[in-house]
Design a protein around this ligand. Structure first.
Ligand code: KIV
Length: 271
């Protein structure tokens, strides 16, 4: 097809498209992205979603945690990603302390949508009141449960969450509450695969896992981890897709295919 024709008919995926993918059992692929060049490449490969994660505080800015990433950093990188996107659904993180009240959350989410150009914002934890308020303002929200990197100073380390029955039950209950509050997606980070499978089966909204086993409705990885160019140690749940790839595009394609065919994550990359 003529590239100009392709450009004119390709439309960005919507939250309804993602919900339909869950219904028909099609896995949703997602990678983090922080700039226009990678955004264009990820989009060209056909990855369904891009997350402008506050992980940029670590992989772009070189901090030890995600906490120093500010709303202005997030807006800047989100705009860079949006500028080059054609099809992929774009989500951005509300960074640490940017959603302490419903009004602050709405003001910062509006910046990500109006200036950054995202279709949905993500926030960490069972912040049901904030999610409900944002949804009432017409702002689509993705929840994030399990390991919450913005709480690293309370957690002490990046460890698997929900291993004890009571903790698992709390995560399940929180997931239902977020769905009831109107969240359109849920990210589950670093939880046992059996727990993620249960939550994915119980919820109507798509559940995107990272270190949460193969039975989630989709998968996300930090781009620099799967390309093995991160400055820190690659997390156990990530895989080096560059290992057998001739180019970055081929590595991203291999990840996308592995997610679509439920070949990633394997047991080795799950808990
Ligand atoms: O910031 C980020 O990249 C994330 C993913 C790890 C899910 O939130």
């Amino acid at each position: 097809m003529n590239p100009a024709t392709y450009d004119s008919i390709v439309k960005p995926l919507t939250v309804n498209d993602l919900a339909a993918m869950k219904l028909r059992g099609e896995k949703i692929s997602c990678l983090t992205a922080y700039d226009a060049s990678f955004s264009a490449l990820i989009d060209k490969v056909g990855v369904d979603m891009m997350l402008v994660g506050d992980s940029l505080g670590m992989v772009i800015q070189g901090h030890d945690t995600t906490l120093p990433a500010t709303i202005n950093d997030m807006v800047y990188h989100t705009r860079c990603v949006s500028n080059a996107r054609r099809r992929a659904f774009i989500i951005a993180d509300l960074p640490f302390m940017s959603y302490t009240t419903p009004a602050a959350a709405a003001k910062n989410a509006a910046k990500l949508m109006q200036i950054g150009g995202v279709q949905m914002v993500k926030l960490e934890g069972p912040r049901v009141e904030i999610v409900s308020f944002l949804v009432d303002q017409g702002i689509p929200v993705c929840g994030h449960l399990g390991l919450l990197p913005q709480c690293i100073n309370q957690l002490g380390s990046y460890k698997v969450q929900g291993k004890e029955p009571a903790d698992a039950a709390k995560i399940i209950a929180d997931a239902h509450q977020l769905q009831q509050a109107g969240a359109g997606l849920l990210v589950l980070e670093c939880v046992p695969a059996v727990l993620a499978r249960e939550i994915s089966a119980q919820l109507g909204i798509p559940v995107i896992g990272i270190g949460a086993g193969v039975d989630c409705d989709g998968q996300v990885l930090v781009l620099y981890d799967m390309l093995d160019i991160g400055i820190g140690k690659r997390p156990r749940f990530s895989r080096n897709f560059m290992q057998d790839a001739a180019s970055i595009e081929a590595a991203i394609h291999a990840y996308h295919q592995a997610v679509k065919q439920s070949q990633f994550p394997s047991a080795e990359h799950s808990f």
